[in-house]
Structures are given as C-alpha cells and as structure tokens.
Design a protein around this ligand. Structure first.
Ligand code: NAD
Length: 430
C-alpha cells in the first residue's frame, strides 16, 4: 500500500508494534482488503479519516485562572450515514488514538448494518482534578467550537471514557441553545428523561450475550448452563454477568484489576455487585473464593469474555487460554499476532467489532426515537437489538464460510465490503 499523506500511520516493530491498536487494526484490514480484492484507491480512502477537527478551548477554572484545553473530533467515514462515536476525556488522549478509534466505529456500525459512519472525539484534560463546573464549561465550549461539525444529520457523539449521561445532557443543551430549539438527536447516551433510550445501559452486555448464545448453538455446545469467565466487572462485564446468570449460565469467575473471585457452581452476581459496592472490591466475597487473576484467565471454560481493556491476549499468552469461545466485550483485547495462535488452538472468536456492537445499536435506536419523538418500551428495544445482533453474527459466519477465513477477518471483510460498496455507489464528488 502506498502512503504519502502527512497522516500516514507510523509503523512499529516488536512488542511495541503488537500492542499498538492501530497496528493491529491495520494488519487485519490489510488482510481483509487483500481477500476482498479491494482496489488500492478505495483502500486509501478507508485508511484516512475524512475530517479531523482540532480545537483549543479557553476555560475559566474555579480559582479564576484561564486554562486552554485541546480537543479533537475525527470523522473517519460518512459514506453510510452521519458519523457516530464517543467522546473521551483523559490526559492521555492523542489525535492518533482518536483516529484509530474513529475508524473502529466505522467498522462496527457497518458490521451491525447501522446507517452510520464512524467518528471519535476527545479532550486532553484530567477529569480527576476538575470540578463538575469546570467539566461543564469544558464540555459546553468544546460543543460550541464543534457546532457546525456535529448534528443529528452530521455527526452524533456519545459517551466514552470519563464522559457520561451528564456530559451528553450538557452537549445536547448547548447545541440546542445554538439552534434555538431542543435537539435531542444530536447525541446519544443521554438520560432517559432527556430523550435517552430504555435498555441502553444493558445494551452492550446484552448484545454480547446474544452472540455467545448464537455461537453455542452453532458449535453444538452446552446451551443450558455453560461456564463463563469474565474479565472486568464494569458496565459491559457487569451487565453481561448479570444477564448471563439470569439466563442460566454459570459465571464461575470474575476478574478485576485487584483480584479475581471463583465459584465452580456459578457466582451470585447481584450479591457480588452488592459486595463490590459496599467494599469497593470483588475480592473476599463470601459466595466464592479468591483466586489468582492469571489462573482465572486461563481456566478451562466454555466462554471467556474480556470486558475490561485492550491487549490482554497477546502472542505471549494466547497459547495458555483454555476456552472454547472467546467473546470480546472490550475493544481490542486481542493483538493481531495472537489471532494466529487462537486459530491454531481452534478457539471460536467473536471479534469486538461484532461482539460489543450492542451499545452503538441501541444508540442508533435512541437517535431514531429522538427523531420520531416516539419512545419504545424496553421489550421493543431488546427485541430489535436481538435482531441486529443475530443478523450481524450470521453475516460474519457467511463471510467466513464463503472466503474460508477466521471470524475476525470475516467481520472486517463484511465491514469493508459494505463501506466500499457505499463509497462506489455514491461515487467520488470532485
Ligand atoms: P467500565 O469502566 O465500566 O468497566 C471496566 C472494568 O474493568 C472496571 O470495573 C475496571 O476496574 C476493570 N478493569 C480495568 N482494567 C482491568 C484489568 N487489567 N484487569 C481486570 N479488570 C480491569 O468500562 P466499560 O464501559 O465496561 O468498558 C469496558 C470495555 O468495553 C472497554 O474496552 C470499552 O471500550 C468497551 N466497550 C464498552 C461499551 C459500552 O457501552 N460501555 C461499548 C463497546 C465497547
């Protein structure tokens, strides 16, 4: 691939390269593009973001000092519809990271067949040392600076790391003040009282459970009470654990950053959640035994769901996994060099760009409901989510069979094919 534009991605070598999410994504995209026989020009279009906005936001701090924060918004693709993706607040946000995450959103939306492109945003700030009022001022000024670049038909932000329902409420309010009417569809992940969708909080965990159920049926594995190990007991992992336990799964172990807990008969998830709320940790839970985190990760199990952070399965440890199904609740938990080892071990991988699309799918439902002005009950949200997840799973399986590739490459091929098709159909305006 010939790259000569200034934003050409840097290549890394060795472990540093393996752990760079952009490197992993590109390795898989290159393979998917080659298998699809995608022409070089379209590949270039897909490699580069369509728009990058950088803003420097002056904000008055609570002590009266004036500070300037840098914010980004990257729209990777708008070929299939308005750009869609979260906004994160962190001292470590970089433009390169935001670019990689924006393209990830393009592929996810395409796998789920949602009429959205991909975007991501970020503000370089440390929310741990900022007051609520300072965060509100940062959010409102960031929104005002991006005013002409976002909107229900242009680019629809959502929460991400260190942003939440309250942040989305401020964005919605600021945008609405500028357009002189309430415009709820400008962001998703809002409080239900301000146009949010029922079922959004559970959506990513629920979607992951649905694709696991599809995989169990496809592989003819125990569907009654399969054993599950989950890494991460936050939104995705906590919800997946709760819903899976309710559906009869045996959640035998939960792994957190400070320890892991095990019960061969299945953990009582609501009780574990109460214990964590009370003590701040999952360890020393009366309904299980403390277990070494590594030992828990390599347990013999039907399903392993990393739902915490990226790069937890690498070329260094993939050979130790003893799971039949790997369901990637987190974004980027597996490096591209680990893929081959998982293939050789015959582990059935449900890749992140399929497994965790439940969240953006219900965000799409939120946008639809806001535009309709008609709000669905939770049952309707969950039924429609199930339909999207099952269709996504089946489409990935079909690509895998047709092209004799693993599930991850199949998911990338499906996504690239859909986006490339839209680009070709629209044509290049010039
Ligand atoms: P969260 O912050 O609610 O939960 C993450 C949990 O993982 C926390 O409890 C944290 O203590 C734990 N954790 C962090 N590092 C860990 C480690 N090394 N080992 C074990 N536990 C660790 O975040 P979340 O919203 O649940 O997101 C988790 C992952 O899922 C992220 O990769 C995120 O990008 C991805 N994701 C989230 C959504 C969503 O709707 N929330 C949607 C798609 C993808």
């Amino acid at each position: 691939m010939i790259l000569d534009a200034p934003t050409a991605p840097a290549k890394f070598d060795g472990m540093e390269g393996e752990l760079n999410p952009r490197e992993s994504a590109e390795a898989r995209l290159d393979e998917a593009a080659e298998r699809l026989g995608l022409d070089e020009g379209i590949q270039k279009v897909l490699l580069f973001p369509s728009r990058e906005v950088i803003v420097h936001i002056p904000v008055t701090l609570d002590d009266g000092r004036l500070e300037v924060f840098t914010g980004y918004r990257v729209q990777h693709s708008i070929a299939r519809g308005p750009a869609k993706g979260g906004i994160r607040y962190s001292p470590d946000v970089t433009l390169d990271e935001v670019r990689a995450l924006a393209s990830w959103m393009t592929w996810k939306c395409a796998v789920a067949d949602l009429p959205f492109g991909g975007a991501k945003g970020g503000v370089v700030c440390n929310p741990m040392i900022l007051s609520q009022l300072e965060l509100e001022r940062i959010t409102r000024r960031y929104t005002a600076e991006l005013f002409e670049f976002i909107g229900p038909e242009i680019d629809v932000p959502a929460p991400d790391m260190n942003t939440n329902e309250q942040t989305m409420a401020w964005i919605m309010d600021t945008y609405s003040m500028h357009v002189r009417h309430t415009e709820t569809a400008v962001v998703t992940g809002k409080p239900v009282q301000l146009g949010g969708s029922r079922g959004r909080v559970e959506a990513t965990g629920r979607g992951a459970m649905i694709v696991v159920q599809q995989a169990l049926a496809r592989l003819n594995l125990n569907q009654k009470d399969p054993r599950v190990v989950i890494q991460g007991f936050g939104n995705v992992g906590g919800m997946a654990a709760k819903l899976m336990a309710e559906a009869g799964f045996k959640v035998v172990s939960i792994i957190e950053y400070d320890g892991a807990i095990y019960n061969a008969n299945g953990l009582d998830i609501p009780a574990l959640a109460r214990h964590k709320r009370a003590t701040g940790s999952i360890t020393d839970f009366a309904g299980g035994e403390n277990i070494d985190r590594e030992e828990a990760f390599y347990l013999d199990t039907d399903i392993l769901m990393p739902a915490a952070t990226e790069n937890v399965i690498t070329s260094q440890n993939a050979h130790k996994l003893r799971t039949k199904i790997l369901c990637e609740g987190a974004n980027g938990p597996t490096t591209h060099l680990a893929d081959k080892i998982l293939d050789e071990k015959g582990i059935f991988v449900i890749p992140d760009i399929l497994a965790n699309t439940g969240g953006v799918t219900v965000s799409y439902f939120e946008w639809v409901q806001d535009r309709q002005g008609y709000f669905w009950n939770e049952q309707m949200v969950n039924e429609r989510l199930a339909e999207v997840m099952v269709n996504g799973f089946r489409s990935v399986m079909e690509y895998g069979e047709k092209h004799a590739v693993n599930n991850r490459i199949a998911a990338y091929m499906l996504a690239m094919d859909r986006v490339a098709f839209a680009i070709k159909l629209r044509g290049i305006y010039a």
